[in-house]
Every structure is written in C-alpha cells, then in structure tokens.
Design a protein around this ligand. Structure first.
Ligand code: NDP
Ligand code: 2IT
Length: 448
C-alpha cells in the first residue's frame, strides 16, 4: 500500500490497534482502492477515506435480563451505524460470545460496500451482543431479545436503521425482537427484516444468502466455461447460509461433500441428498443439536472432531459459510493442491489475507463475502420494498430478482476489476465498485 490509502491506514492502525478484525477488513479495502485514488484525486480532496473508516454513530448499552432460575444476567448490546450516505443503516445482528466492538466494526464496514453493490438504497450497519443463545431455553432467549430491544428500539426505525439476522439470530430471535419493538412503539412497520411470512416477511429471505453465494459461483464459473453440475463442493457451517447453499448446490447437480459446526465437520461419502438435508434442517433448526449427530444417524457419513472441512477430501468448489478467518493459508494451499477452482464466500471475511493471496496467485475464481453473500441483504432490501408498498411478491418473483441482482453484482465486480487493471480480481472489483457509489454520494452531500 502507498500514498493516501497508506496514510489513512497507518493512522487507523495506531488509533485502534486492538480491533484486529476491523483493521484486517479496512486494510483489504484500502489496498484495493489505490489505483482509483490515484486516478480520482477528488476522494482525497474531500477526505473520503478519513470519513468512511469512522462509524457515523456507535451505540453501546447494558442488557440485563432474568434467567430461568430468576438470576440477573448482564450482557452488552451494540449497534454500529456506520454509513447512511445511500440509505438507512442496514445490516444484521450477531449474538455470539466472541462479539465485541472490533468485530462489529469489521462487519459494519464490509456492509457499507456490500449494500452498495446490491444496487439498492441501503447504508451500512451492524450490531449484536456477546449473549450466547446456545444452551438457553426459548424463554431465556425471549427474555434476552426483549431486554435487548428495550434499548435498541429508540435508535432504529424503517427509515433510520433496519437490523436483521446474522450468527445466532434467526427467525426465532427476529420474532421476539419485533414483538417487543411493536409493543414499545405501538406501531407495525418494517423495522426488521427476516420476519415471519405471515407478519411481513419475504419469501426467499431465509434462502437468499446461500442461494446468492451459489448464483455468484455460477457466474464466476461461466467466465471459465464451467458449471456446477457434477462438481464436488465443500461447505463449512450448518447454519442458515450453509443450509441453503447446500440446497441450491444439490438443485444444480453439484455434490455437497461436507458441512460443519464449531465442534467439527461431517464428510458425506456419497454426497448430501434430500433425506440427509431434511434431517440436518430438523437437527439444526428445531432440535438445535450438533452436526456430529448426522454421523450417528447415517452409515455413510463420517464425523471429524475438531476438524474444518477444507482438508477432508478433493473439492472443486469451496463455500466457507461459517465465520471470519475460518480458512487459512494452509487450508487454501491444500484446496488448490486438490484442484479447487472456485471459492465463493457465504460468510463474512472467512478467508484470511494469506489464504486470499494463495487463491489469487493460483487463479482460483475467488469471490469475497461482500460480493458473494450480498444476496441476503439484497433480499432484505426487497422485504423492505414489499413492506413499504404493503404487498408481497411470489417466491418466483423474489428468486428472479435475487438472481438478477447477483448477476449484476458479478458484472459490476468483473468490470471494475478489469477497468482498474486487475482482471479477474473480484476483491479489487468488489471494493472499487462498492466504494465509488458511496464515496460519490458523500461528496454530493457535503461535509457531514
Ligand atoms: P448461523 O448462526 O445460522 O450459523 C452459523 C454457523 O457457523 C453454525 O454452523 C456455527 O456453528 C458456525 N460457527 C459460528 N461460529 C463459529 C466459529 N467460531 N468456528 C466455527 N464455526 C462457527 O449463522 P449464519 O448462517 O446466518 O451466518 C454464517 C455466516 O454468514 C456469518 O459469517 C455471517 O456473518 C454470514 N452472513 C449471513 C447472512 C444471513 O443472511 N444470515 C448474510 C450474509 C452473511 P455452531 O452452531 O457450533 O456455533
Ligand atoms: O452480513 C449480512 O449481510 C447479513 N447478516 C444480512 C444483513 C441484512 O440486513 O439482511
């Protein structure tokens, strides 16, 4: 890195040395922008980088709640309202014990460019809590969600900030939070996305992130005259994104070979099929069990305790769909050695910078999360539109719109990468295309 981008990154890393995930995300974006910044001095003149790396507002609050034993528990709640130049803050809420301000700043920062890439009018934000839903009763989860909303409600709104799900926040949590918001405000609005279908949710929103990551992989493969049919696919995670990435791969004739959770991975000797997929959906979404139980149930499923999927076999495609930095340099080298040609990130920043280097150096078709997983937030944007016009679109209509959005994002990234001298580099393409729209809006709107 050099010049203006380097100057800004240096200052940022001295100011927030403990926010390592945020610095990692910021470094990647700033590196990608170098050529654009050289060609377009207006961004430096208007101090766009100095402004874009600072959230517009951060809200941090205490979340006290009563557990099933009548004991008071205290968690920390956050909402990082990062950038609203092109629309209301938009982005998920994460409930996980590893949540801290640095993690949410990384996610909120990525969200700015991701949301811009969708072509929809959404700014960037992210929030959450260090609350761990694992092992909690439904009643405890409800109590926590209500307590969390008791503070968050005064900062959000359908035209201000529209949260959604992320790790540890799915349909159940969105329901409890929406109920509390509605009660506190005495109004029914599209303040959250990922809502239930009979109270304002959109068809295809649950599927959207996973489907979108596969649609993006398809577009990249087309540039190499390849397709998903017959490909062996490694998927990590077994949550919302992984579940529907797996379903779409099966629908397109690919063979899903792995799934995982934070305890270990399962390897499907004969690939995943409908029966096993349905068992997994019930196991993860209803029983809230561990992925290991798939190996107890099916003879042709192996469980690898404490292992990630990447070294368990030979895969043509990898879809990391669990969490940040889950795929490192050694995993990337092994994937490449075994013939992997395409990596599409369902998760946010799952590949370490060293892993990304390996993919780029080996001409793997590699899509960073901010492009590949943008289908989730894009469909949230479609949910907001349906809420505003008080109509709901059919499954086919929403899926078609999602598919078109993913095709358009692919094209924007592909074209920007080519225009700025690094053809095929979707990292640069996504960062440049996502940045330009937001930065130009900031210039138009003056120093605020
Ligand atoms: P879920 O909570 O539904 O699932 C998360 C999955 O990842 C679980 O299988 C979980 O295992 C695993 N996981 C979580 N933390 C770790 C960890 N530290 N190490 C290993 N595995 C882990 O979340 P989502 O599927 O919604 O989110 C997955 C990823 O996709 C995240 O990076 C999220 O930011 C990103 N994303 C999500 C979108 C959405 O619409 N939901 C949209 C765009 C991106 P376990 O059950 O053991 O914790
Ligand atoms: O990372 C993400 O894009 C999400 N968790 C989804 C955000 C949203 O507002 O749907």
């Amino acid at each position: 890195m050099s010049g203006y981008a380097m100057e800004v990154y240096d200052k940022l890393s001295k100011k927030y040395p403990w926010e390592k995930e945020f610095l990692q995300a910021a470094k990647e974006v700033l590196e990608s922008l170098e050529l654009l910044l050289e060609k377009e001095p207006k961004y430096q003149k208007h101090a766009i980088l100095e402004r874009i790396v600072e959230p517009e507002r951060v809200i941090i609050f205490r979340v006290p709640w009563l557990d099933d034993n009548g004991k008071v528990q205290v968690n920390i709640g956050y909402r990082v309202e990062f950038n609203s130049a092109i629309g209301p803050y938009k982005g998920g809420l994460r409930f996980h014990p590893t949540v801290n301000l640095g993690v949410l700043k990384f996610l909120g920062f990525e969200q700015i460019f991701k949301n811009s890439l969708t072509g929809l009018p959404m700014g960037g934000g992210k929030g959450g809590s260090d609350f761990d839903p694992k092992g909690k009763s439904d009643n405890e989860v409800m109590k926590f969600c209500q307590a969390f909303m008791n503070e968050l409600f005064r900062h959000i709104g359908p035209d201000t900030d529209v949260p959604a799900g992320d790790i540890g926040v799915g349909a159940r949590e969105i329901g409890y939070m929406f109920g509390q918001y509605r009660k506190l405000k005495n109004e029914f609005t599209g303040v959250l996305t990922g809502k239930g279908l009979n109270w304002g949710g959109s068809l295809i929103r649950p599927e959207a992130t996973g489907y979108g990551a596969v649609y993006f992989a398809e577009e990249m493969l087309k540039t190499a005259k390849k397709g998903i049919d017959g490909m062996a696919v490694a998927i990590s995670g077994s949550g919302n994104v992984s579940q529907y990435a797996a379903q779409k791969i099966m629908q397109l004739g690919g063979k899903v070979m792995t799934l995982s959770d934070s305890n270990g991975s399962v390897y499907f000797k004969n690939g995943l099929n409908q029966e096993k997929w349905e068992f997994m959906m019930e196991l993860k979404n209803v029983k809230r069990g561990r992925i290991k139980e798939m190996a107890d149930k099916f003879k042709d499923v192996e469980y690898h305790d404490g292992k990630k999927p990447w070294k368990l076999g030979k895969f043509d495609i990898a879809l990391p769909c669990a969490t940040q930095n889950e795929l490192d340099e050694s995993d990337a080298k092994e994937l490449v050695k075994n013939g992997c040609v395409c990596v599409s990130e369902g998760a946010n920043m799952p590949s370490t910078p060293e892993a990304v280097e390996v993919f780029l150096a080996n001409k793997v078709l590699y899509a960073p999360g901010k492009a590949a997983n943008a289908g989730g937030v894009a469909t949230s944007g479609l949910e907001m539109s349906q809420n505003s016009i008080r109509l709901s679109w059919t499954r086919e209509e929403v899926d078609q719109k999602l598919h078109n959005i993913m095709i358009n994002i692919h094209k924007s990234c592909y074209d920007a990468a080519k225009e700025y001298g690094t053809p095929g580099n979707y990292v640069n393409g996504a960062n440049i295309a996502g940045f330009k729209k937001v930065a130009d809006a900031m210039i138009d709107q003056g120093v605020i």
